[in-house]
Design a protein around this ligand. Structure first.
Ligand code: ATR
Length: 271
């Protein structure tokens, strides 16, 4: 039996186990997906221990996505983003590979909705870990990206890091200029989650011709997505991002095409 898992803290409410196990069942794979609450002070030992125990692959979530970088060989994407959310073990004690499938999650969520990225103008709101992954994903896929963040310095630092990809950054006030011209918008802040009657973006800046991806998935229909739909924009909810990062991890681990519809249903059943 192949064992996969998620390390993070906390992990008990994760939707990854049902999503991955639905895929194993659909394809009759002899595999299990477990959640593991790692000790923050022993994250290196946790990664090594997982390998020694024969774990085939791990997802990594908050707060360990940056910490595990030092214990894996990161792919170019994971190194550029500075975060790893998927580890593959060879099972022989060699340093495991660290991937960032959050980046693929963004690209594939748009692709699934037939929204092109290359050559388009994108705005990412938020400059934390999610903002970094979304910004890299869109810029690497050929969009012109502007990062807008409440704390301007964070957006500027992120833009500096991805200067080579043409990324620019600024405060939330820049949305007024940038958003009316944009084709793509990603909310990578937590706004809309705790208080479902808040949106990170003024409704009057939303327009048809815009495709809006909200990384928030609780609730699924955020205020931003409701207002985007009312403005005639295409909407992509946060479950798509969650789904496709999982799909990408599954395919990397198993080498098999993921049963996307099955995984999507397992996820949405629980949202
Ligand atoms: P994550 O790694 O999930 O992206 P994070 O690093 O805590 O989490 O980042 C949260 C993001 O949401 C940040 O961009 C944050 O803005 P600041 O950098 O200014 O803190 C943004 N955010 C959180 N609450 C916000 C609010 N009420 N208004 C605007 N932005 C907010």
């Amino acid at each position: 039996m192949d064992v996969y898992g998620l390390i993070g803290n906390p992990v008990e409410h994760s939707l990854s186990p049902p999503m991955h196990e639905a895929a194993y069942e659909a394809l009759s794979l002899d595999a299990r997906y477990v959640t593991l609450e790692a000790d923050p002070d022993r994250i290196g030992a946790a990664v090594e221990g997982a390998d020694a125990l024969g774990v085939a692959g791990l997802n990594v979530t908050v707060p360990f996505k940056q910490d595990v970088l030092a214990h894996v060989h990161p792919t170019e994407t994971a190194a550029a983003v500075g975060a790893v959310n998927t580890i593959t073990f060879a099972g022989d004690g060699t340093t495991p590979e660290g991937h960032n499938t959050d980046v693929e999650g963004v690209v594939r969520a748009f692709a699934h909705h037939d929204v092109p990225i290359e050559g388009r103008s994108a705005v990412v709101v938020g400059a934390g870990g999610a903002g970094r992954a979304a910004t890299y994903a869109l810029a690497d896929a050929g969009a012109d990206v502007f990062v807008s963040n409440r704390t301007v310095e964070r957006a500027e630092a992120l833009a500096d890091d991805f200067e080579g990809l043409g990324v620019e950054g600024g405060g939330l006030d820049a949305l007024e200029d940038r958003l009316p011209e944009a084709d793509l918008l990603v909310n990578a802040t937590s706004v809309g989650m705790e208080d479902p009657d808040t949106s990170p973006v003024p409704a009057e800046l939303l327009h048809d011709g815009l495709a809006v991806l909200d990384a928030v998935y609780t609730p699924l229909r955020t205020k931003l997505l409701r207002e985007a739909a009312a403005a005639g924009a295409e909407t992509v909810d946060g479950a798509w991002m969650l789904l496709f990062q999982g799909v990408a991890a599954f395919e990397r681990w198993t080498g098999v095409e993921a049963p996307v519809a099955v995984m999507n249903e397992a996820l949405r059943d629980r949202l």
